[in-house]
Design a binder for this molecule. Structure first.
Ligand SMILES: [Zn+2]
Length: 321
């Protein structure tokens, strides 16, 4: 136990009470706190003195903000819900009055709304935690249980972590999409940008979306070489060959969508653009689709997509034709 509170009648001599309390155990040290406006704060509780009893409610520091991880961020659900799990559990388990419990619940709901959480998720959480409290039994730790961290880059990671369900491996998620990473600029070459590009079919204008960690015009030449040598190495080449359609010059058919460097962020951008063109129905069918992330719609709605960038024609001077 870390903290003990003793409430006493102030009519008694406080030095005497402090002296006696501190004699209970040499490891226990008590300090006197006097009430203000009939109440004192203890840990995350406010204890309010009434005529015949004490009223306990939840105490929030004046500096407390209601910001939690926003519901739409690409974080593991467990981490996003963690704050609300804590608040709700506290509300359920603390011996607070019904009035302050209702107030706390209203606070939690407001907080959830302000952070983009659908209300029913929080309501379900409350039901679940209340049930859990009812049939609470001491948690037994399984022997040989191991915690293993996985990097969370999106919901697809659960296809792997779900394999460990029922085993003695416990999964913890860590994220790499931190504010620091988001704010630090990626260096890239303006002359020969790497990144996400789209490559058009010259016959029907259907689109292939690709990523390249090297200059995209080098990658373009590779696609064309595959087509010329009848090599179905890339989805684009496969498409052109199988449909007997034509590829075009890079300044007509190759367009940079988003300059970035190789890595997780590039994968995300690629998946997002693939989804975008898929929804427009102009993607070649050979293109591999990724899981739909609701965040992509959000990015589009907020207008966060880079405006159509000029084709690389001004950047790549010549073509292999
Ligand atoms: Zn075509």
């Amino acid at each position: 136990m870390d903290n003990i509170i003793i409430l006493y009648n102030q009519n008694k001599k406080q030095e005497q009470i402090l002296h006696n309390s501190n004699r209970i155990d040499k490891n226990l040290q008590f300090k006197i706190t006097t009430k203000e406006h009939r109440s004192i704060n203890f840990l995350d509780l406010t204890i309010h003195r009434k005529e015949n009893n004490m009223d306990i409610s939840i105490y929030r520091k004046a500096t407390n903000t209601d910001t939690t991880i926003h519901y739409l961020t690409n974080h593991p659900f467990e981490q996003k819900i963690a704050a609300f799990r804590y608040y709700t559990n506290r509300m359920i388990t603390l011996p607070i009055s019904q009035v302050s419990r209702n107030m706390e619940w209203a606070t939690i709901i407001t907080m959830a709304k302000n952070n983009g959480f659908p209300e029913n998720i929080i309501r379900n959480l409350r039901t679940k935690l209340a049930l859990k409290k009812q049939k609470q039994k001491p948690t037994t730790k399984e022997p040989n249980q191991k915690w293993v961290p996985f990097t969370y880059f999106g919901p697809a990671i659960r296809r792997i972590t779900n394999l460990f369900k029922g085993s003695n491996i416990k999964i913890a998620f860590r994220t790499t999409n931190t504010i620091h990473k988001q704010l630090s600029k990626e260096p890239y070459n303006i002359q020969n940008p790497s990144g996400i590009y789209k490559l058009k079919c010259n016959t029907c204008n259907k689109i292939y979306v690709g990523q390249s960690g090297r200059a995209i015009d080098i990658r373009y030449k590779e696609h064309i070489r595959y087509v010329r040598t009848n090599n179905p190495q890339s989805a684009y080449a496969t498409y052109i060959l199988q449909n007997r359609h034509e590829y075009g010059l890079s300044n007509n058919t190759l367009q940079l969508l988003k300059a970035c460097t190789k890595g997780m962020r590039m994968n995300c951008w690629e998946a997002m653009y693939i989804q975008k063109f898929h929804q427009k129905g102009i993607l070649i069918t050979e293109q591999q689709l990724y899981e739909l992330n609701p965040l992509y719609d959000c990015i589009r709605e907020l207008g966060l997509l880079p405006r159509n960038q000029p084709t690389v024609s001004g950047i790549t001077a010549q073509d292999t034709h």
